[in-house]
Design a protein around this ligand. Sequence first.
Ligand SMILES: *[C@@H]1O[C@H](CO)[C@@H](O)[C@H](O)[C@H]1NC(C)=O
Ligand SMILES: *[C@@H]1O[C@H](CO)[C@@H](O)[C@H](O)[C@H]1NC(C)=O
Ligand SMILES: *[C@@H]1O[C@H](CO)[C@@H](O)[C@H](O)[C@H]1NC(C)=O
Length: 506
Amino acid sequence: MRPLRPWALLLGALLGAAAARSYPHVAVLDGAAAYRLLWGRRGSALAFRLEVRTRGYVGFGLSAGGGMASADIVVGGVEGGQPYLQDYHTDENRALKKDPQQDYHLEYAMENSTHTILAFSRELHTCDPNDKSITESTVRVIWAYHHKDLGEAGQNYHGSTRGTKSLRLLNPEKAEVSPASLSYFDLINKDVPVPDKDTTYWCQMFKIPVQHEKHHVIKVEPLIQKGHENLVHHILLYQCSSNLNDSVLDYGHECYHPNMPDSFFTCETVIFAWAIGGEGFTYPPHVGLSIGTAADPQFVLMEVHYDNPTYTEGLIDNSGLRLFYTPVLRKYDAGVIEAGLWVSLFHNIPPGMPEFVSEGHCTLECLEEALGAERPSGIHVFAVLLHAHLAGRAIRMRHFHNGEEQKLLAYDDEFDFNFQEFQYLEEERTIMPGDNLVTECHYSTMDRIRMTWGGLSTRNEMCLSYLLYYPRINLTRCASIPDIMEQLQFIGVKEIYRPVRQVKCL
Ligand SMILES: *[C@@H]1O[C@H](CO)[C@@H](O)[C@H](O)[C@H]1NC(C)=O
Ligand SMILES: *[C@@H]1O[C@H](CO)[C@@H](O)[C@H](O)[C@H]1NC(C)=O
Ligand SMILES: *[C@@H]1O[C@H](CO)[C@@H](O)[C@H](O)[C@H]1NC(C)=O
């Protein structure tokens, strides 16, 4: 091993310090914490820094399905003291080919005794058909590293350690809060016996411990039991009636079950949502989730969706959420609106469809009624969580104002069921009375031979979006039920009387 020169150490330290400033986003891509990705926006480009525990080559790529086929790949390292970086792509047969047009630009590369560090940048849209455009949609990042450099190992991935992770690269920067200075409380399930079945929704009631003075929750983090990262699929937090008493806290129960306690039915307003793959959520500096006043949640129901497709027996779970709060109040209280398609059997998707679109409407009438008197100047949406199940491929949230379509409120054209989180909007969006929101879900059922129905299981479908907004108003759900007439026509019914058409607006 060649000794490191003092100037290299100094340079490394300087670049290390610069790195923290210029890369606001960090993700660990592998389970062994050997591969760290840092990135940040530079105008029309993204700058990346890879810190990987190897002295061989490092590969990084953007892939359509998360695999090695048809991916946009960059490989680099330091060999014999010389940095190298090359832009590649793979065809459908996963063969690695060098791009005629090189779009990844090396900024610097270095090695210490354990790690290789590569810094490079790339335009979001390179106009090279061999590259993948970087958009607000989810991207499947693929990563690899090898103990040898490219010259020695050759242009193949055999022997490399590799994997994939879903990320959103164009997520706007969030206001960082340092949790060290904040108080927190945990809402954690206690020894839930997860049944050996595909899907379980477990409901547990909690009492918010902060009760006598208004505070703002400004950050929420998932606390997932180690090893249960794939078991805990999503967590919803609902506000319940304040007329309950502490007897409801005694036990958890399966949700949506005939024996579910009556108290659970009083919990309608979603106040927080987390889903698999997501990190914690930080509210913007002018907004917080209010707790401690009479209008605020006192009892909350935590609904945890366990996904156990292998029917593993004997799983005991202790996962939940950590809520950080402060007495230093922010200007506005946050609220959540659930929009989209009412979850019901009226939502159905035929089998064998390469693409099938369902739409849920938060109608003009509903928003007029909810906003007109209470908030004529509108509400401001700052983050959205788009939610579907396993057949979901893309979700778009369309926004109409005065009958005219606006820019998409949010979209994910590469929806990944295993990566769902609140995505911050680049700019807050004002929703006015009389606006109209359409949640449009695109499904693929090519691999299914039976009808897919709307429902709670991950094999059933949903088409929902959760809007995080301020200031809080009295609107919780704004969803539509598909037209029963169309449904009946679809299955061949020719003549009907007393048509039913409903729009729910709570
Ligand atoms: C090498 O660099 C990595 C990444 O910056 C760092 O985590 C590690 O501590 C460094 N190792 C040594 C021996 O300096
Ligand atoms: C608590 O609520 C339950 C159910 O509503 C009721 O039966 C019980 O008497 C209440 N207990 C107290 C102490 O109020
Ligand atoms: C919202 O609803 C609550 C309870 O139904 C009511 O007390 C409150 O006045 C309403 N707020 C507004 C602004 O309409």
